[in-house]
Structure formats: structure tokens, C-alpha cells
Design a protein around this ligand. Structure first.
Ligand code: ATP
Ligand code: ZN
Ligand code: ZN
Length: 801
């Protein structure tokens, strides 16, 4: 008897290990590791992942049988199975959650499935199994008990599984034409044609050369120059039959990619390429920190490293932050590597994501370019993993499983014996410190490509502006420079720093601020939908006309939103063409991309936006960057706020003067003497690094200490509070003396969605007991979970508010 070990979909400590199930005789040697199955568990039917096939069990009683497979091929590769197992340990998550996170969303939900023939079947199978049709529903296959045969067909690459989305854009199909006539009859038809029927002759010749392969009318046109009227005739005469063909929803299919060739590298680029290329050739795992100033040409180095990997017959994983996944970025890869590039990001529809995933899964992609979650792409035979803008906090997932893509990248790099390249102009302190300690190899690009200068940065003290009676959001200096660039027809980027900053309304008469009824936080004003929204629980209500407290009518709108700045800017520069980029203008699919390409085509003079414009833009005509408010991100209750500010200012400054024209930056600030701002002005990463490191050292923060954040929540405030004190007491007894616990304290937002939050931050240097202690706490809280208590542990948290 064959046994399958299955991780079941019950997120609990007791079930966080594989359970043994008997494989029914009909499924023997058909099921494999990584497939999802339905199994009985405590009188319920639940899903699970097979992690091992064995002929041995330690279970004493009678094994239950697997009910049925949910896949006809493994959903997870062996590498991912192993990764999930180890990842669960380090991020305090359940294995089942780790596995589910690795799959595209379409596969996590319960959708209807169908099985489609994608390659020729023998007649017996076609008529017997598929009843003469090209598709069958999954239920039909289950009812008829033919999944074992289908698994075989899948292994042979003859069929595919599609997920059927209701109410969503259905799988797109195109009309195709094929011939099922024998060669003899085609030749007869050819001979019977009149000499003058040139198009029909051409069509028949084409059909004969195609050997039954279906083509769209466009393909007939492109390949044989045969028009649609000839095809219609072909159908009428019975030479051709029409059918639907599903096309993969390739979001970039309508775009033409001009093939690019490797550019000759600069000396610095060459040196970097060679250092990192060596570990590709030697199939050696090594972690590189590629620290290259803005505009130093990191992208070209990435491209050539990937080309090297492909030359070796291996694959590459290229991670970029969601927001930097611009068409510009995608173009670089598609243009160099053609359609063997798969792209994954959140703007894709569920169907598109599944198609890209399938392409990777089938082995049709040599390069995967994507945001955080694509670190789980089922690529095999990895030859390199590159993580651009490695300092970005979006690489850390805030929800369970709370993984950091950098750690996953390093795990996969080790597993595949390949290099991991962490690239940034402003590396995270953690990474830079590891490079200092030679854990990572530091590779530097110190100058911009072509020895272009980094831009001059001027800091404007906004307190002086106020004293000089300038009430505008724009300092005099910035206004002058904007005027100058508008005259010269050069482009301008203006950034409004909205990190940790939101718009709210306050009653001018009584000071009332509209708050969320479920959370202890003020509601944010959204002008596009004309509503007040809670960013934590999604609560939404209308903008009030009268103050709920004093019935007054005078509201003041706080938080200089981009929209308000835009109006002010337009008043100052009536003729300027302004593009605004913020959450409101980019919410629509492709909005982000449409704005950037319009700006790239020169359809606007000024691009005004939030920090989403700070990254990745590479436009030659930008010669002025203005930061309207540099300080908002400084005041946040987060020990990384200086680091974030420094990174943001450096990144956004880096958009200026990247080509022939030199660039200038104006930074407006109420804290012009803050070291984060001054070091950014001087393009002095080293100075910032040293200063910040000594502050972190004094305060006992990463990278000198590791951190873990324990959060407890409960709809009942007392119960949550009691629990956090219990945990505090347990830990106090167990942990090393030099470990520091901050708290218990209220969550930075004490109540979210009617749950009360309390937390403890543990800072430690070396701690062998913390991990088992925390696991035990999670374990013992199992029963309480049912009563509304949640405990969550975030190892190395990145967001504190
Ligand atoms: N070898 C090369 N030959 C010609 N042009 C190059 C070469 N390398 C880089 N460039 C050009 O230099 C500019 C800056 O390069 P790139 O966008 O890769 O910088 P980067 O290091 O990614 O900077 P950032 O961190 O600001 O995004 C681009 O316009 C790019 O086309
Ligand atoms: Zn009021
Ligand atoms: Zn809320």
C-alpha cells in the first residue's frame, strides 16, 4: 500500500505536521509530492498538500484514504515543499499557510476547473476519455473516476487545467481555422481550381503545409498573406473548420518589444559583472550587495548577469518592488529576453497571474520578473536571484506568513547553489552591516554611468519662508527653478512625502475630528469617491456636512493632499501641464503605467506625486526634482524613520540629470539640520551609515539587536491586556539576561476593527530559548484562539505603525 503524508488545511499547532493517508489503489503511483488532495479529517473533508509518498507508516490504527486529488500535477515543486517547511519555523507560521501563499490566488480559492486538450490525443483517448470534445469539466472527470488517466496525460503534456472564473473576464478565445481533410482530397481540390484563383491556391498550399495546425486569420495573413475572404471560401468549401482557441492572457501581448543587445559596459560595470559572474559560472552560492549610486547602471549589469545564466541553460528570478515594476522596467527584460520572460505583479488579474504562473510551471520562462510574492515562483534550475531596491520595506509581508523576500531569496540561492544579488543605491542598514562583516560581498558602482554628475541638492528652510510671509507650499527658490525649467522645456518631478501622513477633516468650531467607529484612528479623506475611509478596517462613510458634535458647518481639510498641491501649482503656473500620481489617480488598472508613459512621451511638464514616483524612473529630460516636505517621515514612531527619509530623498533626487542634461534638487524642510537630510544632500551614504549605526548601537536596535514583535488582540480589552502580561511573565523567566523587552504596551493603534491590541517588542543578541518559548506560547494559546484571542509573532518587524 502506498502512503501519502499530507499537510492539512487546519491552521493549528497540533496539525502543523504531516498526517498519513492511504492512497486508493486506483491512484497508486499516480499521486505525487506537491499535489493537493481532499482528505477526511475529524468527520470533515478538507484540503491538504502531499509532502511525501512512502510505503511505511508509524500510525497504528487503520489509515483513512485520500478522497481525491485536486490537481493532476504537482502544484508545488520539491524545493518549495522544503522551503515551506523551513519557512514555517522561522516566521512563526503554519506550514499550510506557507504553502498556500506560494500559489497564485486563483488556485487558492474554490473555482470550477476544466480540463482541456492541448496536444494531439490518440483516437481511443479522444473519443473514450474526452467523449470527442476538446474540454471536460473537472466534476465530470471525478464522477467518471478517470483522474488517474488524466494524471498520465498531464505528465505527457497533452492536457492542461483551467480555472473558470465566474463574472470575470472569461478565458479569452480567438477563432482559429484548421483542416481535417486528408492530403489526397486537398490535392484534388487544388487541381480542380481555376488557374486564376490565386488566393485559393495559396490557401490550399498553406493548408497542406500546415498539416492540420490551426491558425488564426491574422496568422494566415502574416505567414501566408492570405486574406479573410479566402478563408471564408475555404470554410464554405469544407477545406477549413473554425474553432475557438484559448489564448493565454498575456498582458504585454499588444506591445512590441524592440530586441536590445547587451551594451558595452563601463569599467566599473565590467568589474561588478565579473565579480558576480564568477559565482554563476562556478555554480556557487554567494550573496552580493551591489551598492550603486542612482543612475550608475545597475539594470544593465542585471541584464548581463541574467544573459550569462540563460547561456548556461538556467533560469533567473528578478525581484523589484511593486511600485518600481513599471513598463520601463518590464521593457528592459522583455526586450532583451523576448517572450521567455514571465511577469508577475499585483495589477494583473487573477487569470493573468495564473497564466504567468502556468508558463513558469511548464518551464516556458527563463526569466521571472516580479514583486514580492514571485520569490515563490516555481522556477526550476535557478542560476541567479536578483533583488533590486533591496532596502524596500514592501519586501516584507505584513500579513501571515510574515516573511521577508530577502530571506527567502537567500534560502533559494543556497538551495540552488547560485548567487543572490541585492541591489540598491541606499542599502538597508542590515544588509550593509552584513557586507561590512563580509557575510555578503560588497560590490560597488561609485559613479553614475558616463561619469555624469549626481545632482546638486539645495535645502530650503521652510520656517524662513513662513517668516518671509510666503504661505505657499512652494518656496521662492523652488518657484524660480520651476519657471526656469518650464521655459527651457525640461521636465520636473515634484514629490509630496505622504509617508505616515493622511488627510483628515476637523471642525473649526469645536475641534472635532472624525474617527473610525471601529478603530482608534481618524478617517482619511478621499476626494475621488467623496468619502471618508478607514485605512485599517475599510469602514467608509460620507463626508459630513455638519459637525456631529457641535452641529457647526465649518470644516477644515487637513493634510496637504496631492490634489490640493496640484491646484496650488496650477494657480502658480497656469500654463504648466501637470500629471498627478497618487493612490487616487493610479487605482485603476494600468493607471500608474499610463501616467508614467505619458510623462515619458513628454505630454506633461511636471509630474507631481507621492513617494511612488521616487523609484526607477529613468527619463533623460528631468532636470529638476522638488521635495515639497521632507520631514513628514521623520516624526514617525519608528526607529527606521531616519533611514527611510534618507533613502527616500536619495532615491527621488536620483531621478534628476540622468542623461546629458544635468540635474538639480530642491528639498523643502522644517528640519533642515537633520542628519538624514544633510547626508542625502551630500549623497553621502557612508556618512549616514556610520551615524545611524552608532545611534542604533546606543539605542539597542537592529542591526545590533534582533527583534521580535509579539502582538495580542481580543475584542475584550481586559482579556487582551491580561494575556500580554502573562506572556511577559513567561518570557521574563526564560530569556537571557541581556535580552530586552519593551512593553507590554498598547498597539500603536490601540483598537483596530473593534479588536484591542497590545504588544511586546523583544530585542535580543543571542537567544536560544526565545524560539521554543514563543512556539510554546503559540501552542498553548490554541484553545483561547477560538474565544477571540489572537497571538501573532513578527520576527524582524518592519512596520511599527
Ligand atoms: N553600459 C551602458 N551603456 C549605455 N548606457 C548605459 C549603460 N549602463 C547604464 N546606462 C544608462 O544609464 C542610465 C542609468 O542606468 P540605470 O537606470 O540602470 O541606473 P540604476 O543604477 O538602476 O539607478 P537607480 O538606482 O536610480 O534606478 C540609464 O539611462 C541607462 O540606459
Ligand atoms: Zn464641531
Ligand atoms: Zn476602522
Amino acid at each position: 500500500m502506498q502512503i501519502a503524508k499530507v499537510i492539512v488545511d487546519i491552521p493549528a499547532m497540533q496539525t502543523n505536521r504531516p498526517f498519513d493517508y492511504a492512497i486508493p489503489p486506483a491512484m497508486e503511483h499516480k499521486l505525487g509530492k506537491g499535489m493537493r488532495v481532499e482528505v477526511p479529517f475529524n468527520k470533515r473533508i478538507i484540503q491538504g498538500f502531499i509532502t511525501e509518498i512512502s510505503d511505511h507508516t508509524d500510525f497504528e490504527g487503520e489509515l483513512k484514504e485520500i478522497i481525491q486529488p485536486l490537481d493532476i500535477e504537482p502544484a508545488l515543486t520539491e524545493e518549495l515543499l522544503l522551503l515551506g517547511e523551513e519557512m514555517a519555523e522561522t516566521v512563526y507560521a503554519y506550514r499550510i499557510h506557507c504553502y498556500q501563499t506560494m500559489l497564485p490566488p486563483l488556485m487558492k480559492a474554490k473555482y470550477e476547473k476544466e480540463i482541456e486538450i492541448v496536444d494531439e490525443l490518440d483516437e481511443g483517448t479522444f473519443y473514450g476519455l474526452f467523449q470527442g470534445k476538446s474540454k471536460m469539466s473537472w466534476e465530470n472527470a471525478v464522477d467518471r473516476g478517470i483522474l488517474p488517466q488524466l494524471i498520465e496525460l498531464k505528465r505527457a503534456g497533452k492536457i492542461e487545467v483551467n480555472y473558470i472564473l465566474k463574472n470575470q473576464a472569461k478565458a479569452k478565445t480567438v477563432q482559429v481555422y484548421y483542416s481535417d481533410l486528408e492530403m489526397d482530397s486537398l490535392e484534388d481540390a487544388y487541381r480542380s481550381l481555376k488557374k486564376s484563383a490565386k488566393q485559393q491556391q495559396a490557401l490550399l498550399a498553406a493548408i497542406m503545409s500546415m498539416n492540420g495546425t490551426p491558425l488564426t486569420s491574422k496568422e494566415y495573413k502574416d505567414q501566408f498573406d492570405i486574406g479573410s475572404s479566402a478563408i471564408r471560401t475555404g470554410v464554405e468549401k469544407g477545406w477549413l473548420k473554425a474553432a475557438d482557441r484559448e489564448i493565454l492572457r498575456d498582458p504585454f501581448k499588444d506591445r512590441l518589444f524592440q530586441k536590445t543587445e547587451a551594451l558595452p559596459l563601463s569599467d566599473e560595470q565590467t568589474a561588478a559583472f565579473q565579480t558576480m559572474g564568477a559565482s554563476i559560472r562556478e555554480e556557487r552560492h554567494e550573496i552580493f550587495l551591489l551598492q550603486g549610486v542612482t543612475g550608475s547602471g545597475k539594470t544593465e549589469v542585471y541584464l548581463q548577469l541574467i544573459a550569462e545564466v540563460i547561456k548556461q541553460g538556467k533560469t533567473a528570478l528578478m525581484l523589484v518592488p511593486e511600485i518600481a515594476l513599471t513598463p520601463q522596467m518590464v521593457n528592459h527584460f522583455k526586450s532583451r529576453f523576448g517572450n521567455r520572460v514571465a511577469v508577475m505583479h499585483s495589477a494583473l488579474s487573477a487569470g493573468e497571474k495564473y497564466d504567468e504562473w502556468r508558463k513558469i510551471h511548464r518551464g516556458d520562462a527563463d526569466v521571472v520578473v516580479g514583486a514580492r510574492s514571485s520569490i515563490f515562483a516555481p522556477v526550476e534550475n535557478l542560476g541567479i536571484i536578483i533583488m533590486d531596491e533591496e532596502h524596500e520595506s514592501t519586501y516584507k509581508q505584513d500579513e501571515n506568513p510574515k516573511y521577508h523576500a530577502r530571506n527567502i531569496a537567500i534560502w533559494r540561492g543556497q538551495h540552488n547553489h547560485c548567487p543572490v544579488v541585492l541591489g540598491s543605491a541606499t542599502p538597508s542598514l542590515e544588509s550593509r552591516a552584513r557586507a561590512q562583516k563580509k557575510v555578503y560581498t560588497l560590490v560597488e558602482l561609485k559613479g553614475r554611468f558616463n561619469q555624469r554628475a549626481l545632482p546638486q541638492v539645495e535645502i530650503v528652510d521652510m520656517r524662513d519662508e513662513f517668516k518671509a510671509n510666503n504661505r505657499s507650499s512652494f518656496s521662492m527658490v523652488l518657484q524660480e527653478k520651476i519657471t526656469d525649467r518650464l521655459q527651457k522645456k525640461q521636465q520636473i518631478v515634484l514629490m509630496l512625502n505622504k509617508r505616515g501622513y493622511s488627510s483628515f477633516i476637523m471642525c473649526r468650531d469645536c475641534g472635532f475630528v472624525l474617527e473610525c467607529p471601529n478603530c482608534d484612528i481618524s478617517l482619511t479623506l478621499h476626494m475621488d469617491s467623496k468619502t471618508m475611509k478607514c485605512h485599517y478596517c475599510g469602514h467608509e462613510e460620507e463626508i459630513p456636512n455638519t459637525c456631529p458634535k457641535c452641529k457647526g458647518h465649518n470644516f477644515r481639510y487637513y493634510g496637504t493632499g496631492t490634489q490640493k498641491i496640484e491646484e496650488e501649482l496650477q494657480m502658480l503656473f497656469p500654463d504648466a501641464r501637470i500629471l498627478r500620481m497618487d493612490v487616487d489617480t493610479t487605482r485603476k488598472k494600468g493607471g500608474h503605467e499610463a501616467i508614467l508613459s505619458a510623462f515619458g512621451r513628454g505630454e506633461a511638464d511636471i509630474l507631481l506625486g507621492t513617494q511612488m514616483i521616487a523609484k526607477g524612473l529613468d527619463f533623460p529630460n528631468i532636470t529638476l526634482v522638488g521635495v515639497i516636505n521632507a520631514d513628514t517621515s521623520l516624526g514617525l514612531p519608528d526607529f527606521r524613520s531616519s533611514e527611510r527619509t534618507f533613502q527616500l530623498l536619495t532615491q527621488v533626487s536620483g531621478r534628476a540629470g540622468r542623461a546629458e542634461l544635468s540635474g538639480e534638487v530642491v528639498v523643502q524642510s522644517y528640519n533642515p539640520d537633520h542628519y538624514a537630510i544633510l547626508f542625502a544632500q551630500q549623497h553621502n551614504y557612508e556618512g549616514f551609515y556610520r551615524t545611524e549605526m552608532s545611534l542604533r548601537h546606543k539605542a539597542g536596535y537592529p542591526p545590533y539587536f534582533y527583534t521580535a514583535l509579539i502582538t495580542v488582540s481580543n475584542p475584550d480589552e481586559k482579556k487582551a491586556q491580561k494575556k500580554i502580561y502573562e506572556i511577559h511573565e513567561i518570557l521574563q523567566k526564560k530569556l537571557e539576561p541581556d535580552t530586552i523587552m519593551l512593553g507590554p504596551s498598547k498597539g500603536s493603534i490601540a483598537r483596530v476593527n473593534n479588536r484591542y491590541y497590545f504588544q511586546i517588542l523583544v530585542k535580543y543578541k543571542q537567544e536560544t530559548k526565545l524560539h521554543p518559548a514563543l512556539k510554546q506560547i503559540l501552542d498553548e494559546s490554541q484553545k483561547e484562539n477560538a474565544r477571540g484571542l489572537y497571538i501573532s509573532i513578527d520576527s524582524e518587524p518592519v512596520n511599527f505603525f
